[in-house]
Write a protein that binds this ligand. Sequence first.
Ligand code: NAD
Length: 472
Amino acid sequence: MKIYDRLFINGQWVNPAGSETIDVIDPFKEEVCGRVPSGTSQEVSAAVQAAQDAFKIWSRVAPRERASAIQGIATALEARSEEIAQTITMELGMPISLSKTIQAGLPTAVMASYAHLAAEEFPEEQIGHSLVMREPVGVCGFITPWNFPLHQIIGKVGPALAAGCTMIVKPSSMTPLNAFLLAEIIAEAKLPPGVFNLVSGAGRVVGETLAQHPNVDLVSFTGSTRAGRRIAELAAQSVKRVTLELGGKSANVILEDADFKKAVSNGVKDICLNSGQVCSALSRMLVPMARQAEAVAIAKQTAEKISIGDPGDPNNYMGPLVSEAQRRKVRGYINEGIQEGANLVCGGPETPAALQRGYFVSPTIFSDVSNKMSIAQDEIFGPVLCIIPYKDEDEAVNIANDSIYGLSGAVWSRNEERSRRIARRLRTGQVMINGGKFNPLAPFGGYKQSGRGRELGKYGLEEFLEIKSLQF
Ligand code: NAD
């Protein structure tokens, strides 16, 4: 049981004004495993004031000095990586071997990448009689979700620190413990007080106060499209900069000349990663109509081999969903898919027989899905794969793009030229070709209702910079 009873504001651990707390639930044991304060607008105001004061100092610190502070945080994250992985496995339910590389390793690498980027002076450019330069945007508010909790925080904190901005972080109430570990690390780092502040609490209280605060210059949000819309509305009142990383319904386009076994089994493992609670999950698998039966057979065989159970067991690939509410939502969609007439290949709404404790849902595959069905249109955020047959290449592209989302996608073909051509036609921020791996330096973000702005690498840094022209 991890209990944090104070918030981190202006370089100090402070007692919250109110007495309300948030219980963190271990989704495997279905027990309370931690507790954090539920902050109020009073703490948000104090944190914003601290960040404003700190901005005057941090924005003028030399790039090399900023880089060295960021590297110090990356090194400390590395040193505590086992504890980070165990904590996130406990609050989220991702199996421990995956947590070590993804939940602990990835944010450490991203933080280190910003130490490199921070070391460079921002480029200046002469345009006619003007000198164009970049400056940090100011005080930032960060509102983050639970599925890759520390990665999503670091994807904002890293570039903000590198740019010379100061910040207030509001982590998800489902998985706030890792954010407190980060605050402990930052408390030890040599940052001026107030550069980084942590205020846990409800989205409607802490999140909304940040989004509309007149002295917050930028709000960066990762989460549902519904909450993103609300935040953008609130932020509009003070015309602040808004970055949104929202939902997805990504298409995995498998062409008839692909390595079918590899493409289909890779797609099934993708939708089972983190129990399908991945914004860029390849939740729609598009296959040539004539080869749907073959794809279904491979998919079923792969799903049945997925090891699901105790997230503490390093041999498991899939753990429970994050909460009972999330499980209810996913089961609701599975029932809807059955009612809509999709063919249930494996899985289903029932609790897996051997897993009566924990919020488990079996890998579930539907075939003969029409893209009009709600299971093909809505983000389910669970281990539910829709196999959608198509007639020809053009129809495959049309189906892939027939979505309100545009976050990610994939193309499989033995013909590299052809796969690139299809990838260029997909209206999404990323496309994985023949199983191309995630790149933590490449820009990540969405077209359409998947969001606005980009995270990671140098494009992620640019979101935190204003542009100024000096005329001579
Ligand atoms: P959510 O929108 O419910 O919550 C995200 C965060 O916003 C939490 O910290 C929450 O407390 C806060 N929040 C909720 N309502 C708010 C409001 N009205 N005002 C201010 N803050 C508010 O999302 P979630 O359930 O935590 O996460 C799952 C969603 O996140 C999925 O839709 C998923 O696709 C999306 N997601 C997107 C990305 C991406 O990079 N595109 C990454 C991960 C998750």
